[in-house]
Design a protein around this ligand. Structure first.
Ligand code: 5GP
Length: 131
């Protein structure tokens, strides 16, 4: 999949894959849903546990979400991320959350989402810079 140039275009594409999942047009392996968020297993897991949490609202990325979502949406979403991790049994021994925004991050799906990784030792946070 080619990463869209989100830095140049923050217009929400209502035909993106996560919008279709939210509308129930394509299936997902759901693990959690409330008024603010939906969580489901990533189709191409990068860790023993790899779950995506998405807000119900139409936001392109963290940039759009934190600039334009209401306080209730932001708080509700972040509480959902924590609840999902707890329900997955990841609070202990631990987990990682990650959100990509824009071209340099390689964001593929232009609907804001937080990745939750866990179920194994995750190693270093990010590939070290070449010295
Ligand atoms: P990004 O690179 O945008 O941060 O992450 C997008 C994630 O969405 C990737 O990890 C990819 O595997 C996942 N993904 C893409 N299409 C689908 C899909 O149709 N269903 C599910 N469950 N995950 C998807």
């Amino acid at each position: 999949m080619t990463a869209p140039n989100l830095s140049d275009d923050m217009t929400y594409d209502s035909e993106n894959i996560f919008a279709k999942i939210l509308r129930g047009e394509i299936p997902c392996n759901k693990v959690f849903e409330d008024v603010h968020a939906l969580a489901f297993h990533d189709i191409n897991p990068q860790a023993a546990v790899h779950v995506l949490v998405i807000p119900k609202g139409a936001y392109v990325s963290n940039e759009d979400f934190t600039a334009n979502a209401s306080d209730a949406e932001v708080a509700g979403f972040m509480r959902a991320v924590g609840q999902v991790a707890r329900e997955l049994g990841l609070a202990e021994p631990g987990y990682r959350i990650l959100a990509n925004h824009g071209t340099d991050s390689g964001q593929e799906v232009p609907h804001f989402h937080v990745h939750i990784f866990g179920g194994q030792n995750l190693g270093r946070m990010i590939k070290p810079l070449d010295k």
